[in-house]
Design a protein around this ligand. Structure first.
Ligand code: TMP
Length: 204
């Protein structure tokens, strides 16, 4: 499983689509999916956590993201991996650590241990952390027609999340590759494709 992570407006959606096309062209069987919302129950959970105007306690927010992950692994990710597909997932456990721990302030070890119970130790083989300054990401998000509950958080929140992602990447340099997305879409795609093809070559 290859996961894409990063702050709002870092360019994940565009890059996942480009990578998926490039892999399919090379004959790989690919499944693109996302969290939260990769299943029918997950879409309801996504609405609760992102569309609500009501404040949610951080621990409740954590539980909703983990419930979404449990459904997603069970219904989508594990079956696709069992069929030998390459799963490209827009956000996974690193988002929970970055947002609910570094962003919201929940204890990192608590978030890690609850997540590990949910994932039963399923970890991404490779994580692409798409990184850009918060001002750049939020500038892109501001052009969207609708902002969700987390998009509307202040810049300091997103700075903590970005710092969290970079901290996780420093701790796990083999798995998490940091990609600078202040470059052109094509340049970013080329960097991602090179890393992914090297990884796939390694596991063949
Ligand atoms: P996105 O699908 O547009 O990336 O939005 C998902 C939002 O949910 C984004 O703000 C990050 C947030 N999120 C968490 O806070 N924790 C998580 O575990 C996940 C998967 C996402």
């Amino acid at each position: 499983m290859i996961t894409f992570e990063g702050i709002e407006g870092c360019g994940k959606s565009t890059q996942i689509e480009l990578l998926s096309k490039a892999l399919v062209q090379r004959g790989f069987s690919v499944l693109v999916t996302c969290e939260p919302g990769g299943t029918a129950p997950g879409r309801s959970l996504r609405q609760i956590v992102l569309d609500s105007r009501e404040p949610l306690p951080p621990i409740a927010e954590l539980m909703i993201y983990l419930a979404d992950r449990a459904c997603h692994l069970f219904q989508v990710v594990n079956p696709a991996l069992a069929q030998g597909k390459i799963v490209l997932c827009d956000r996974f456990s690193d988002s929970t650590l970055a947002y609910q721990s570094f962003g919201r302030g929940l204890d990192l070890e608590l978030v890690r241990s609850w997540d590990a119970r949910i994932t039963c130790g399923r970890r991404p083989d490779l994580t692409l952390l798409l990184d850009c300054p918060v001002s750049v990401g939020l500038g892109r998000v501001a052009r969207r027609p609708q902002l969700d509950r987390l998009d509307r958080e202040g810049a300091e929140f997103h700075e903590r999340v970005r710092a969290g992602f970079l901290d996780l990447a420093r701790r796990e340099q083999d798995r998490i590759k940091v990609i600078d997305t202040t470059r052109s879409v094509e340049e970013v795609h080329e960097s991602i494709l090179e890393i992914v093809l090297r990884k796939l070559e390694g596991v063949r």
